[in-house]
Design a protein around this ligand. Structure first.
Ligand code: NAP
Length: 302
């Protein structure tokens, strides 16, 4: 059996087209567009490239995009004042502070200063609580888990009553996706197990999974013999395992591997995400979706 590939690159394009169409409609009816501010502190190359991609995507969708770059010696109090300014700016619906922040700044304090109704990353404790309650309470599901759920839904995988096993319990992936999949609602209503380094028999748990979501950060952790025949496998892991020269640009690029032994797993799974090109492209897409949602909440459209 060769599994169906769940391609994040294709699903991203579908969702971005849907967002762009909604932005056009809202602009025509209400004369406003979603506003996103990206706050970048310092010049960390990885952060610059993430922020650049976010800005490019926001422009493509017709958002108002404010790029606020600050030097890495900005005092914490000034950064908090900046967030307060955007909290009170009516044209801004989403505030994104790119992590990591310099050591002298307490990132918890900074993230908690963002107005929960503009916290499009979904990391504020208020939004974590809303996610836990579920249903209409949920405003901004965190972006990577939201992308994972969207991929499961769009791959046509049945989630109601499915055994979902999540490998990893981080606050940004494992815990929230587990919480989302157990809610009573569309694309969820599953029976969920979370496994981690304290789990006694990882293989036995994974083998029960109709949907196996792996977010451990350990290349090739999940072996083919851990996968139930026909299961839907979502590999969140992005692990740099070396470097190669790009055929396109001639530049050195990272060789990326997931947490699942992909080549062998695809012969057993029913559907599987590749790495790269699987979950990765979904995160920024869902950030844009959350920013649009923020405007829709404000306009009373949701
Ligand atoms: P994390 O904070 O390091 O958490 C990893 C989790 O996996 C922990 O709960 C850990 O268990 C568990 N784990 C690690 N090794 C394990 C093992 N051998 N057996 C069982 N459980 C194990 O990582 P994260 O932030 O969730 O990220 C996980 C992976 O997803 C990384 O490769 C990251 O790069 C990737 N990621 C991708 C995206 C994206 O594509 N957009 C976004 C976020 C993350 P303990 O709690 O017991 O230590």
């Amino acid at each position: 059996m060769t599994a169906k590939l769940i391609k994040g690159t294709e699903i991203r394009e579908q969702i971005l087209d849907e967002i762009a169409a909604e932005v056009e409609e809202i602009k025509a009816k209400h004369g406003v567009v979603p506003g996103l501010v990206t706050i970048l502190v310092g010049e960390n190359p990885a952060s610059i490239s993430y922020v650049t991609l976010k800005i490019k995507t926001a422009h493509r969708l017709g958002f108002k995009e404010v790029q606020d770059n600050q030097s890495d010696d900005i005092p914490e109090a000034d950064l908090l004042a900046l967030i307060d300014k955007y909290n009170n700016d009516d044209s801004i619906n989403g505030i994104l502070v790119q992590l990591p922040l310099p050591k002298h700044i307490d990132d918890k304090k900074v993230l908690n200063a963002i107005d929960p109704d503009k916290d499009v990353d979904g990391f504020h404790p208020v939004n974590v609580g809303r996610l836990m309650i579920g249903g209409d309470e949920v405003k901004f599901p965190p972006c990577t888990p939201a992308g994972i759920q969207e991929m499961i839904i769009r791959s046509g995988t049945e989630t109601k009553g499915a055994e979902v096993v999540v490998v990893g319990r981080s606050n940004i992936v494992g815990k929230p996706i587990a919480n989302m999949m157990l809610q009573k609602g569309m694309g969820a209503n599953s029976t969920v197990t979370i496994v981690h380094t304290g789990t006694k028999d990882l293989k036995a748990h994974c083998l029960r999974a109709d949907i196996l979501i792996v977010a451990a950060g350990v290349p090739g952790l999940v072996k083919p013999e851990w996968i139930k025949s026909g299961a839907c496998v979502i590999d969140v892991g992005v692990n740099r395992v070396g470097e190669k020269v790009s055929e396109k640009t001639g530049k050195k690029i990272a060789i990326l591997k997931g947490d699942v032994d992909f080549d062998a797993a695809k012969e057993i799974a029913g559907a599987i995400t590749p790495v790269p090109g699987g979950v990765g492209p979904m995160t920024i897409t869902m950030l844009m979706k959350n920013t649009l949602k923020s405007l829709k909440f404000k306009l009373g459209l949701m």
